[in-house]
Design a protein around this ligand. Structure first.
Ligand code: G3P
Ligand code: MG
Length: 233
């Protein structure tokens, strides 16, 4: 079962910062999940629509330019990385899940992915793009059939993982509250990987391992590693 650091090792360092990504690499996570928004002039790594929780600054993220954002710090200390800075920092040392939070994939996400492959030691397979917005994923897959995508859901649909097959996804990402053995079996029968978010409790980690899920998104990759090390192979 893969350990995917949710927003980096965000239990140990502020989420979606280079510091959290460094901790995730130190913990030996197989993957790092990060959230991206397009600003007017740059793709940046940030989870919220609004700035207040993370930077104590009023207003909406998408109204800023990159120069304005550069002046803000996460929890008063950590710069908000651009997507390019995050990918240059991780540099192919683990797999990365880019979760699309803001719209407009047409504005050039794939340019950043191509650059990461050309300059930062990633393979295309190491860069998975996911979203709760399945329309964006369908558009991305139509424009770039070679791009692996992950379909997110916070529900257990009546047709289980059929939506992810329809999108030609590589993986399906489901909320821990809604994953069931039936969902996992259906996804596997469709040749989809199953990743579950957000899993910080050892009891859930053990249960999901027994269910046969392929990976968990966790804020605490060190703890997850320890739990998994104690499980039967
Ligand atoms: O990608 C898994 C998970 O991160 C989705 O929810 O709100 O934490 O981005 P959120
Ligand atoms: Mg996310």
């Amino acid at each position: 079962m893969w350990v995917i650091a949710h927003r980096g090792a965000s239990f140990e360092a502020p989420e979606n910062t280079l510091s959290a990504f460094g901790r995730a690499l130190d913990a030996g996570a197989e993957g790092i999940e990060l959230d991206v928004y397009p600003l007017r002039d740059e793709w940046i790594v940030f989870h919220d629509r609004y700035l207040a929780r993370l930077t104590a600054h009023p207003g909406r993220l998408q109204d800023l330019t990159i120069d304005q954002l550069r002046k803000l710090k996460v929890f008063g200390q950590h710069p908000v990385p651009t997507l390019d800075e995050a990918l240059a920092f991780i540099a192919g040392r683990c797999w990365v899940n880019i979760e699309l939070k803001g719209a407009d994939i047409a504005r050039g996400l794939t340019r950043h992915i191509r650059q990461a492959v050309a300059e930062h030691n990633f393979t295309q397979e190491q860069l998975l793009v996911s979203s709760f917005n399945h329309h964006w994923l369908r558009q991305l897959k139509q424009d770039h059939p070679e791009q692996p995508i992950g379909a997110l859901t916070t529900s257990c649909p009546l047709t289980y993982a059929a939506f992810a097959s329809e999108l030609e996804a590589w993986s399906v990402h489901i909320d821990v509250d809604f994953v069931t053995p039936e969902f996992v079996a259906d996804a596997h029968q469709r040749n989809l990987k199953v990743f579950v978010f957000t899993v910080d409790e050892p009891e859930d980690m053990r249960e999901l391992h027994a269910m046969g899920v392929d990976g968990i998104f966790t804020n605490h990759p060190v703890a997850a590693r320890n739990v998994i090390a104690g499980l039967p192979m």
